[in-house]
Design a protein around this ligand. Sequence first.
Ligand SMILES: [Ca+2]
Ligand SMILES: [Ca+2]
Length: 187
Amino acid sequence: MVRFKYIIALVVVALMFAAYIMLRPSTSQQRQGVIELTNLPDQYCPLQAQVAIFEPNTKTSEKALFDKQLVVDECRYVVLKEILELASEPRQLFVKLPNALAFRLQIDSVKGRYQYAPSLGDVNGDNVIDSIDETLVANALFGIDPIQITANDIDRDKKVSVLDLSLTRVNYRAGAVRPDGKNWSKL
Ligand SMILES: [Ca+2]
Ligand SMILES: [Ca+2]
């Protein structure tokens, strides 16, 4: 009888294990070769990202191996396949998105999958979120001028609201600085 219970218990454990294997999300369904941009407002939809790539331990003033725009697929995936020639070794990437601070990401391969939550609020594109951005948004708050809205609507919900203003406050800091010291052109 004890032995019978033991077999039942084994069968239950085996079934639970099989269910776990079948139900867990398949890693093959997740996109590879991308930087997934996370924690962004729903309507914030960048089409391109400026990406500069350097050796992992680049000294100051060394040139970038790659310095171009990459496509952002489905508003959230920076596609790395264009930089396939740099795939074989670890690299450090500097990524700048519209109205966001530049960020630095170490990658092992352009075929991997990486995630980053960018900080929004850089209205004037100088890679610092400070009182200048805050004042620009504050002056455009609740405005109806379409040019002003386009320029200051950080979360892209088609109006300049306190949500845009709060982004300039919570993300008040400087973005990652490129080793070559170059500025990012405004997107
Ligand atoms: Ca700024
Ligand atoms: Ca807005």
